[in-house]
Write a protein of this length. Structure first.
Length: 254
């Protein structure tokens, strides 16, 4: 339970006072709780989405995005921006690592945040409500996969504990949780096929993994910023793919 609280306060901004000593091992061992924390983030987003009958869909979309950013503390958005600044610079490995560590935000970073927020606000009204529950889990599942299959690029850093702690069986937990939730979704809202829920997750995670692995080759490993990038890139990709899949499967009757 101690390590769950440690990771909950690290990956979210839910105000839980820590009244015990914490060391690096707690962060490393606490990575196992990442899938559950993702669901904790998704639950309030899902219930907020149920207000769609009372609010303009785009106004509601802004509220949902704001709630997500407050829950996550915009931690991963910062990683998205720093990653775009680094790779947008078209510099060498050492310079890109310096840019990733720089607290200042450049043009590519600002543009990436703007595009991300506009994309989320545009997609949320068209994505089925269940996707609001699932997208945090999909994003953090991609982060676990990227962390497990890549080395850390620096000797130390904020993301090193996550990379050290990530295991393939953590992804197995994510898959089981996702499939369980997907089954409940199919049963509760009457989707004709579970593929409309599973295929978007597979596509978004696979694409993110390929992109991050390509970045990792250029940097000699990943960083905490790339982990944040993997989460946000997967989430917005998932919302896009789940909308497309729902439309396609509804038309073909799968």
């Amino acid at each position: 339970m101690k390590r769950f609280v440690v990771m909950l306060t690290f990956l979210t901004r839910i105000p839980i006072p820590i009244k015990f000593d914490v060391d690096n091992i707690d962060y490393v061992k606490g990575v196992v709780w990442t899938p559950l924390i993702a669901i904790i983030i998704g639950v309030p987003l899902f219930f907020t989405g149920m207000l769609s009958e009372f609010l303009n869909p785009y106004i509601l979309s802004v509220f949902i995005l704001a709630i997500y950013l407050m829950l996550s503390g915009a931690l991963h958005i910062d990683g998205l921006a720093d990653t775009m600044d680094a790779f947008g610079s078209n510099r060498g490995k050492s310079r890109m690592l310096e840019i990733l560590k720089d607290t200042k935000m450049g043009t590519f970073g600002v543009l990436s945040i703007v595009i991300y927020c506009v994309g989320m606000v545009a997609l949320i009204p068209f994505a089925p409500p269940f996707s609001l529950l699932l997208f945090p889990l999909v994003g953090r599942s991609a982060a676990l996969l990227c962390a497990r299959t890549n080395d850390y690029a620096r000797e130390d850093g904020l993301g090193k504990s996550f990379v050290q702690g990530a295991r393939h069986w953590h992804n197995a937990i994510s898959i089981v949780l996702y499939l369980g939730l997907a089954y409940l979704v199919v049963r509760s809202i009457g989707l004709q096929s579970v593929l409309a829920v599973v295929v978007p997750a597979l596509l978004s995670v696979a694409i993110t993994w390929l992109v991050v692995c390509g970045m990792s080759k250029k940097l000699g490993g990943i960083t905490g910023d790339l982990i944040g990038f993997s989460i946000e890139f997967t989430q917005i990709s998932f919302l896009l793919f789940v909308y497309i899949a729902t439309v396609i499967f509804a038309q073909v009757g799968v």
